[in-house]
Design a binder for this molecule. Structure first.
Ligand code: ZN
Length: 119
């Protein structure tokens, strides 16, 4: 049990961190699923410069990709649309970071509880 005691961070510190994370989640805007990628493409016209040597591909295009029912859904955005959606996707990324940190705190709490198994 001594090894578990030395790993304790203290429940007060843990509770302060939990409250801070919850406050940040509460202040976060809506989390839009998916991510934004820039894609260069080649068209079907073999005479096009995108099939040349060296090839000059089309784009870059701004593509929003996300999973819907385990399938990847893509939407091409213009720069105005991308600028509006980018912060919402950033909210999503931050929310994942924060929930991961909450899970880490939960594991810490279990680890610090001598009546619970060492996780
Ligand atoms: Zn082309």
């Amino acid at each position: 049990m001594t090894s578990r005691t030395t790993r304790r961070v203290g429940s007060a510190a843990l509770e302060r961190r939990r409250a801070k994370i919850n406050a940040e989640i509460a202040a976060l805007g809506l989390p839009l699923p998916g991510s934004l990628v820039e894609r260069l493409t080649r068209c079907g016209n073999t005479g096009c410069h995108c099939h040349g040597d060296p090839p000059q591909l089309h784009g870059p295009y701004l593509i929003w990709t996300r999973k819907v029912d385990n399938k990847t859904v893509t939407r091409t955005l213009d720069t105005t649309q991308a600028d509006a959606l980018r912060p919402l996707m950033e909210n999503s990324r931050r929310l994942r970071e924060l929930t991961t940190e909450l899970a880490t705190l939960a594991l810490q709490q279990v680890r610090d509880d001598p009546t619970q198994p060492d996780p």
